[in-house]
Design a protein around this ligand. Structure first.
Ligand SMILES: [Zn+2]
Ligand SMILES: [Zn+2]
Length: 361
């Protein structure tokens, strides 16, 4: 059986052997009146994918397909859809596929903080169905979480914006990143590299921070105005009272010396983290140090924020740096193995979905 009865994907089948995922076929969730079916064309490889696959956020469900940087085309539209999506239209899906859409948070562009938030994979729908992600032939999603992709953005370059891009864009947007602002991007990996590009496109003066010197050339090529290697003693000595905003793009906060970053913030400045570390991680802060500064943690981006980001990407011709890998058991294994070593500049994007899943569509 194939679509629409069955979807196919590359799934973690044996938890102990998560680095060798297998091709599976599975039942999609029941088609709802406001659902859209998308035939997938590309999917970015996010750090959350390997965290989930490796059971670092709790046991990975059986036969779990991950992936939440999805671009594809609309192939089916529910009878009660109201958002004007068309068959064949190119669209994206990020890290969220459902929420109540009725609570105060949902109604005020904060769907990711809804208590009924369903993540794109491993999320549990109200009827118990466990969501399957984008390393797959198709995805079925409520129209509210389907984002039209502007023609100007190539499919492979749009994919990582859906989670990684949105995750760093949202704290930039909501904390005043723009002209005449000095904005720090701390940690230059997949998300940090998008942070430099987006903060620059928003008009800020960008300060890039990474431990060593090895990211300096790339950070400057990406558009950073300044670079600091924080592994070097005294890196912060000329930076007292400099930044309006800093976004921490590291996957964990344990290696970040917040005391140092607090000193380089202006009064009224904000340090925002986007990290989702191991559940046991704790943050130690000395309240006295925090006088005049705010600190927070930001989770992904909403459909509205993603649309705002895509406008900025088009207007400024932002081009993220990716490496393409054909989707499939071999391709996912290769991308995950290299991601585990931090060996990627700067985001893997799975491609060739037609070739892998095409024959049975
Ligand atoms: Zn809600
Ligand atoms: Zn992600």
């Amino acid at each position: 059986m194939s679509y629409p009865e069955k979807f196919q994907g590359i799934a973690v089948v044996e938890r102990e052997d998560w680095l060798n995922p297998k091709k599976v076929s599975y039942d999609p969730k029941t088609f709802g009146e406001q659902d859209i079916d998308i035939e997938i064309m590309a999917c970015g490889v996010c750090g959350s994918d390997t965290h989930t696959a490796a059971s670092r956020w709790g046991p990975c469900p059986n036969s779990q397909v991950v992936g939440h940087e999805i671009i594809g085309k609309v192939v089916k539209i529910g009878s009660k859809c109201e958002d004007g999506l068309k068959i064949g239209q190119r669209v994206g899906v990020g890290a969220q596929v459902f929420s109540c859409l009725e609570c105060q948070r949902c109604k005020n562009n904060n769907e990711q903080y809804c208590t009924n938030f369903v993540t794109t994979y491993t999320g549990i729908y109200p009827n118990g169905y466990i969501a399957q992600g984008g390393y797959a032939s198709h995805i079925r999603v409520h129209e509210h979480f389907v984002i039209p992709i502007p023609d100007e953005i190539p499919t492979e370059l749009a994919a990582p914006l859906m989670c990684g891009g949105a995750t760093v864009f949202t704290p930039l947007l909501r904390n005043g990143c723009g002209p005449n602002k000095k904005v720090g991007i701390i940690g230059i990996g997949g998300i940090g590299h998008m942070g430099i590009l987006l903060a620059k496109a928003m008009g800020a003066e960008v300060y890039a921070f990474s431990r060593g010197e090895n990211k300096r050339a790339d950070a400057m090529d990406l558009g950073a105005d300044h670079y600091y290697a924080t592994g070097t003693e005294g890196w912060d000595k000329d930076l007292f009272n400099t930044l309006d905003l800093a976004v921490i793009c590291a996957s964990s906060l344990t290696d970040i010396n917040l005391d140092q970053y607090i000193k380089i913030m202006k009064i009224g400045g904000s340090i925002q983290s986007i990290s989702v570390p191991d559940v046991t991680e704790k943050l130690t802060l000395r309240p006295f140090q925090l006088v005049g500064i705010t600190i927070g943690n930001s989770l992904i981006g909403t459909p509205q924020d993603i649309k705002t980001m895509l406008d900025i990407v088009v207007k400024n011709n932002v081009k993220i740096w990716i490496e393409k890998v054909p989707v499939g058991e071999k391709g996912v294994h290769e991308a995950w193995s290299r991601l585990e070593k931090g060996d990627v500049r700067y985001r893997f994007v799975l491609t060739d979905f037609e070739k892998e899943f095409g024959s049975e569509k």
